[in-house]
Design a protein around this ligand. Structure first.
Ligand code: SAH
Ligand code: SF4
Ligand code: F3S
Length: 473
């Protein structure tokens, strides 16, 4: 067991002093020139990164920057990167490449790149070498030090590449600028100890560390008091929450404590690891008032040999048993999963086992990924990599299988009335409003601006594999 370390209060206070310094400097600039300084934050990757970016934005605002959606308007650009697959890294690098022109037009601009991708030495070096207009680079463990790093960078006028921190901590009390006023992320733990053989996360986010339950309860109480309706607890491996806590509070205990909070809100959590999806957790969910009947439980593969080689610590029998218990306790639970196709050495038969598991378990939705070798992970060093065209062909077959299942899972909802939290005009279909059901399914309907952020009663009139369509009743 690793000992949990909170960032010492003195360190947070030091950052607060740097925030005050930057704020004074930005205010003096505005007083002198009449111009406001702007910050632009761009996020790649998972919800954990979204949550981190809300802290980056919170710190930027506290430092006196006005947030903007226009990078060309910014005086500070923060790119929060992801390393989970090559595609995510390529995209981030390509966007950073485009900022070269912005910097040429406005040399005073500070371009910072942070997050998972640059927590890898080789990517940090690449930025140092090939992206000379990038001013500041820092990894996930240094996120809370943005104010200090920015002050140092500006004072010295030199590029700054923050060395990896040796100690990963839990930093409480950072300012947060939340992107929504009715949906919220709450990180409850950071890091991962699992070292799945394909995955980069443990290398870029450090070991598991849990926030104190009291701090989480306070944060959720505060959100509910402010009118937040949908609160998602986040962790790379959220259901191993508490293993490093002295008071023995595990994830099910945490959920039970949060469920006691009064108010009209739903709690969700992600991502759970099947090895830690205990009956106790499922029991707490089933008897709860606020926990959405929705479970994201990444299976990764439907073949036991592949699961062993992935270092997942469960087999298909254990997975099936967990799902059976979940459905016994919550027959209407929405179940979603992640699958990787083309893991090194995956044979045709092993892949067929995954398709067979999909037919057996029948997920409501699936996030499917083509295996992407990650430098430094055991799977990437294997010689039996699957050729790209085989991976793509398997990926297509997986999608076809899953789409048919998802359609069959959604069809029976036609005619049902569901409560939907409205997100406003749909980003994919401007003619309609969209929202999410308790099961986190997307619902489309004709709405009004007043619906945004509110629950609407929704009658399902039509369903496809990806969404529900209907009207307000
Ligand atoms: N901590 C979570 C999420 C990890 S990242 C979990 O354990 O489930 C989200 C998903 O990305 C993973 O579930 C996995 O399906 C996928 N993934 C991780 N590494 C990958 C890689 N190298 N190539 C392709 N997909 C990957
Ligand atoms: Fe990656 Fe596995 Fe940790 Fe998830 S549990 S973040 S897949 S190492
Ligand atoms: Fe990507 Fe880091 Fe999340 S690698 S998926 S942003 S934890």
């Amino acid at each position: 067991m690793n000992e949990r370390k909170d960032l010492p209060r003195a360190d947070t206070e030091a950052q607060e002093a740097y925030i005050a310094r930057m704020r004074a400097e930005n205010e003096a600039h505005t007083a002198g020139t009449g111009e406001t300084r702007h910050a632009f934050v761009l996020t790649f990757g998972c919800q954990q990164n979204e949550a981190d970016s809300e802290k980056l934005a919170g710190m930027a605002k506290a430092m006196g920057y006005v947030l903007t959606d226009a990078p060309e308007e910014a005086d500070l650009i923060l790119v929060n990167t992801c390393a989970i697959r090559e595609h995510a890294e390529k995209k981030a690098l390509s966007i950073v490449g485009q900022y070269k022109h912005l910097k040429a037009k406005k040399p005073s601009m500070v371009i910072a790149v942070c997050g998972c991708m640059v927590s890898q030495e080789h990517r940090k070096n690449e930025l140092k070498r090939s992206y000379p207009y990038v001013d500041l680079v820092f990894g996930t463990a240094s996120l809370h030090r943005l104010p200090q790093l920015l002050c140092e960078k500006i004072a010295k006028g030199k590029r700054l590449f923050c060395p990896e921190e040796t100690a990963y901590t839990v930093a409480e009390g950072l300012p947060i600028h939340r992107a929504s006023d009715y949906r919220a992320w709450v990180s409850v733990m950071y890091g991962c100890n699992n070292f799945c053989s394909y995955c980069i996360v443990p290398y870029v986010r450090g070991r598991e560390r849990s926030r104190a339950p009291e701090a989480i309860v306070r944060e959720v109480e505060d959100l509910v008091a402010k009118g937040y309706r949908d609160i998602t607890l986040l962790g790379q491996n959220v259901n191993s929450y508490g293993k490093d806590l002295a008071d023995g509070c595990d994830f099910a205990d945490l959920l039970a404590r949060l469920d006691r909070i009064e108010g009209d809100f739903l709690l969700r959590f992600m991502t759970s690891h099947p090895k830690d999806a205990s009956r106790k957790l499922i029991d707490v969910m089933a008897s709860s008032r606020h926990i959405a009947r929705q479970f994201h439980l990444p299976m990764q593969s439907g073949n036991d040999k592949v699961l062993r080689e992935m270092n997942r610590h469960y087999d298909t029998a254990k997975y099936t048993e967990t799902v059976a218990y979940m459905r016994e306790k919550m027959p209407d639970v929405t179940l979603t999963s992640d699958i990787i196709v083309g893991f090194p050495g995956e044979t045709e038969e092993e892949f067929s086992d995954t398709l067979a598991m999909l037919e057996k378990v029948r997920f409501d939705m699936l996030y499917s990924f083509i295996y992407s070798p990650r430098k430094g992970t055991p799977a990437a060093a294997r010689e039996d990599q699957i050729p790209p065209e085989v991976k793509s062909a398997r990926f297509e077959r997986l999608l076809a299988t899953q789409n048919a299942i998802a359609l069959e899972k959604n069809q029976p909802l036609v005619g049902k009335r569901l409560r939907v939290l409205c997100d406003g005009v749909s980003k994919t279909n401007n003619a309609l409003y969209s929202g999410r059901t308790e099961g986190n399914k997307i619902a489309f309907f004709e709405g009004t601006p007043e619906d945004t952020g509110k629950y609407v009663d929704f009658l399902v009139e039509r369903a496809d594999a990806f969404a529900l369509y209907g009207r307000k009743v």
